[in-house]
Write a protein that binds this ligand. Structure first.
Ligand SMILES: Cc1cc2nc3c(=O)[nH]c(=O)nc-3n(C[C@H](O)[C@H](O)[C@H](O)COP(=O)(O)OP(=O)(O)OC[C@H]3O[C@@H](n4cnc5c(N)ncnc54)[C@H](O)[C@@H]3O)c2cc1C
Length: 194
């Protein structure tokens, strides 16, 4: 006999189905909230703002037909040490990734290139936001987008382009990749990073 799932009451009552990704990943609810493999809202795939909005809708605060993006001003988080949402995780990950490019060798050995290739392909499989990981993986596999690992400059620009791809998808401004070193390695010429 299977023991009841103690967490089952936390599962999203909104877990309705759009086209289903592989079972180990998750699903997307009708309201657009991304669910994890356990059927609960995936913290690292959604923003706290969207999760708070969903909660407001499900508890009758808003009409079910109201789009998430139209519901604003969720209650503020009460703590500052909560698990990361998709935005916090993204900012921290980009900081790590661009910092890795900034310390990548100018003339990498075959073994250093191979390590980095492995790191990126593993990252695209294990990144906690599964929808982000899927899109990143698909983008990276296109022949024009395979990681450029022959030098620090190539890799830094490649990472900047990868980040811009996500920026475009999210409707954010693109970053001028001519400045990737100022942002992530040398600091800006105005001296304010010294
Ligand atoms: C691999 C990956 C995939 C992601 N996919 C998704 C997704 O599908 N959906 C989703 O909602 N979120 C996704 N994210 C998170 C998303 O990219 C942002 O991190 C998040 O929305 C927070 O954005 P932000 O505006 O604070 O700045 P971020 O985009 O996190 O950027 C942090 C800082 O990097 C600098 N920067 C911006 N663009 C560039 C660039 N092109 N090159 C160099 N530096 C730059 C800026 O100074 C910026 O303040 C993903 C993150 C990663 C690492």
């Amino acid at each position: 006999m299977t023991a009841p799932d103690p967490d089952s009451s936390e599962k999203s009552s909104d877990a309705t189905v759009l086209p289903q990704p592989p079972a180990h990943k998750g699903a997307i609810s009708k309201s657009g909230i991304i669910l994890g493999p356990d059927g609960k809202p995936c913290r690292s795939c959604n923003s706290y703002r969207d999760m708070a909005n969903m909660s407001a809708m499900l508890t009758g605060g808003k009409s079910k037909s109201t789009p998430l993006s139209a519901v604003v001003s969720p209650p503020p988080q009460e703590r500052t040490d909560c698990p990361p949402d998709v935005e916090q995780l993204g900012r921290s990950t980009w900081t790590l990734l661009h910092s890795i490019t900034a310390t990548y060798p100018t003339s990498p050995t075959p073994s250093q290139k191979s390590d980095m290739q492995s790191f990126l392909s593993i990252l695209s499989r294990v990144y906690p936001c599964w929808v982000c990981a899927e899109d990143f993986s698909v983008w990276m596999k296109q022949p024009a987008n395979t990681p450029k690992l022959d030098s620090q400059e190539d890799f830094g620009r490649w990472m900047c382009n990868a980040h811009n791809e996500v920026n475009k998808k999210l409707g954010k401004p693109e970053f001028d990749c001519n400045f990737w070193k100022e942002r992530w390695r040398d600091g800006w010429k105005d001296g304010r990073c010294d």
